[in-house]
Design a protein around this ligand. Sequence first.
Ligand code: ATP
Ligand code: MG
Length: 764
Amino acid sequence: AAGGADPLLDGLNPAQERAVTARGPALLIVAGAGSGKTRVLTHRIAQLIRDREAWPSQILAITFTNKAAAEMRERMEALLGSGVEGMWVSTFHSACVRILRRESERFGYVSGFTIYDSADSRALLKRIIKELDADSYGFTPANAGGKISRLKNELTSVDGYRATMNESDPRERLFVEIFSMYEQELRRANAFDFDDLIGQTVHLFRSHPDVAAVYQRRFRHILVDEYQDTNHAQYSLIRELTRPVEPEQIERLVPPVRDRELDASGRIPAASLTVVGDSDQSIYAFRGADIRNIVEFERDFPGAEVVKLEQNYRSTQNILSAANAVIGNNFDRQEKNLFTTAGDGAKIVGFTGYSQHDEARFVAEEIEDLHREGVAYGDIAVFYRTNSQTRALEELLIRSAIPYRVLGGTKFYERAEIKDAMAYLTSIANPFDPIAWSRMLGAPKRGIGPMAEAHLANFQEAQGISFHDAMLRAAEVPALGPKLRATVLELGGLLARAARMAAGGGATDDSAEAAAPAPVGEVLKLILDETEMIEKLRARRDPQDDARAENLEELLAVAREFDAKQPGAGLVAFLTEVSLVAAADDLDDSSGTVSLMTMHTAKGLEFKAVFITGVEEGLLPHQMSVEEVGGISEERRLMYVGITRARERLYLTLASTRATFGDVSVAMPSRFLQEIPEGLIDWRQSPGEVTSRGGTASRALNAPRGSGFGGAGSGGSGSRARDSAVSFSGGGGRGSGAAAVAEPASGNMQSALDKWRERKRLAK
Ligand code: ATP
Ligand code: MG
């Protein structure tokens, strides 16, 4: 560092130092993995605050996950030796929710709006598709939802889509119907889906320049990590936030604008923008992420300075060389020169099991060895491409008594019993939400069937009242028999009681006189007690139901913790927090446990030892990517992200047979393995050596591409290996001694895919 005196610059290389100290209107930091992008972003903010160039409240820092946000805040506080209250360090979604909650009345939404997660959206779409009879046209909640999500990420509205679609296509017209109804229903439910959070904020800023001006003025420094994975909506949000405030808006701002805030032309100048990213790590194209945002940055933000970081501080040379070799096969990229001074380090370890259980056994044993060597469990991670791969791994980890946790996957909040309890809380906060209401009616079962539900819903709609009020007026719904009426009235009464508690002494506004809202834990406790959800689960004496009861108790603990942390924040704040918990976020802390996660979730993280499992064709690259334009390149970037998470030890494992879709199929090593120079990998058991228990030998990994390896098949009788998606070479039956039949990978892969699809179709 210049002068060597500034602790915030201590140890940074010259490019990093420039990235911290540059002060132009816009700064783009492009660099490969592990080169200190996140670190310089953190130091840059710390310097701005320490040197009084900005107040914490004038800074907006965007990270990819809530966990990354928490870490950045922590680091910053450590660097500054003080808290940074008022600073927004958050994901795009969290930042937008905060804005929408403040400004929601401008939309005709109530601030207690519900945020629909993808399961809620799918539930809503399911009804719509059924109502429109759209399933006969091949629409499913998943495919319609996926398309709607992509459109929203592109900021395309129903009308916008209608204007450009092919009118003569009946399927298109039907889709517009679905989309349009979905939007209407969301509005009626006082709900936003996840994509809306960003799109609606952009819409708010564009339609209300006075609102935009408040935030354009407030945030003087905007910093975005992982910029390569921003989609069009997120990009647009950044554009809106980095406009200067025009004179006509300035007069209306409170507190009044002071002269020193203005530039020579009488405007409040645009916020300064810093983005960091690595186009080689763009792995969210399927969610609309657009590398162009980074490529075109200099055009979009004239006067931008570009800083490149080339030294990697995370990994050993062997790991880095493997990463460079793999990503070098993507042709449409800018060459990067990543280097390290860390030394070669240990070789990468390769292993092929004869089954996924054998692979898992190896992983568990190696983890134990690492642990004995002194590597903490918390410093070890196991990655996989799809969540379905966890089961075999978990079994072996449990058996070996290795503490672990799964990030993402079946998240706590996606479990059925948790969603049931949350449906009550959601409905209490937003009694117009039909999805929460409907879920709640049937949890636990109380005899309110679909007919009764429909009668109530019709009554609710006709009267224009909330679902709770409709229940309290069940006597006016003649179609309900006396017994049902009593059930509905009782539940309505419980909800009314809980809602009064949550709102605080019956007050419905924020006036200072209103009694404080009850803690969320108390509201939840009332619901759990009155519905006897926990008792009913316990009474079944089934270990799985016991686990469910424990989950509900855990939820109660979560609510109480929230109450303790944010006294008086209330139910809506709690629901918001819960709905924003993203895949990489977990409630408990990670020290002391091995982390299992998908490679998508691993972005931005680092571990001393990393296992990448299932490095096979069909899994990594995933079969779905094969037929998509650019699909393989994206999978290769994913592999690059995975490899570059490792600091010192990297393991690449695969299995020669794998059970998928209920079938056992023969797997072929991933093409990405062949892209890694042979000398970097120390094969403990190479694909060539794999023998099934029956003793079948087969071809070596480094045989010409397209040659498979045989070995264990699915058993002599009824071998269905051949028509499975990952069976690129026919497998010999176990014990038959038959060697693999080598066939060109591509052609065989295509036909395997076709067959797999056909089978899926027949299964329906
Ligand atoms: P990714 O692309 O994976 O997000 P990144 O570019 O954000 O990586 P960081 O996570 O900021 O990289 O840094 C990688 C590792 O290198 C971290 O452990 C960080 O503390 C360390 N590091 C970065 N710069 C330096 C430096 N100048 N001296 C020592 N360690 C450094
Ligand atoms: Mg980073």
